[in-house]
Ligand binder design. Sequence first.
Ligand code: ATP
Ligand code: MG
Length: 244
Amino acid sequence: MPKKVIEIRNLSYSYPDGTAALKDIGLDIFEAESLGVIGPNGAGKSTLLLHLNGILRGNNHIRILDSEINERTLSLVRRKVGLVFQHPDDQLFMPSVFDDVAFGPLNMGLSKEEVHHAVQGALKEVDMLDCIRRPSHHLSAGQKKRVSLATVLSMSPEILVLDEPSSDLDPKHRQDLINVLKRLSITKIIATHDLDLVLEVCSRVVLLDNGKLAAAGNVLEIFNNRKLLEEHNLGIPAKLCRTV
Ligand SMILES: Nc1ncnc2c1ncn2[C@@H]1O[C@H](COP(=O)(O)OP(=O)(O)OP(=O)(O)O)[C@@H](O)[C@H]1O
Ligand SMILES: [Mg+2]
């Protein structure tokens, strides 16, 4: 039986303006699995992901790697859970690409050499080493997205949480991303509208709609349920369309 690394119970969250974004979510996530989080716009995918490293705190029923998320465990949780935001401008805030990608490793107390090694490795992984000295805010949308991923890869997280990782990527770099994700054997939680990426990378899928968990199951089981996908305004992965 694989080890449970995330346990979510009765998670509800309303934004300060009263918008109820998550309603009574219960979910277990297991070590080394790749979980796809799908659902229409406004379903609550990003809101759910923001709870996984304590940026949002709906209630106290989330356990990450055997710790409740609270003030005492927050910094440890953030070191172990690498979260890539949907919008790179929420992730990148330092004067250069190097500084952005070095920020995490520096905070982890690594030596100068270790930081350089981690930054170079992470930027190489996303094919952005050539831009190491450039200001992050001058990069294109897809380049920013790739640097955002590098800012968490450089910390070697135990759990990777990605919000729309393939949006804005050109086909080559989208495929590179898929290859990187397939190669990484850590736990991955990926919210996306890119159902073909889910098909290639994930073993299990949860479908959110209107803040609720509408379905959960293995990827093919969910993707072959056309009625379910249509009911929730979702398409069918292009790869599976060809087999109809
Ligand atoms: N800062 C905020 N303040 C108020 N409401 C918000 C805020 N952020 C999101 N919401 C609302 O919460 C709900 C869930 O939004 P969320 O961003 O989690 O959806 P999503 O599934 O990630 O959508 P998308 O596919 O567009 O990224 C939506 O109704 C949204 O309008
Ligand atoms: Mg979102």
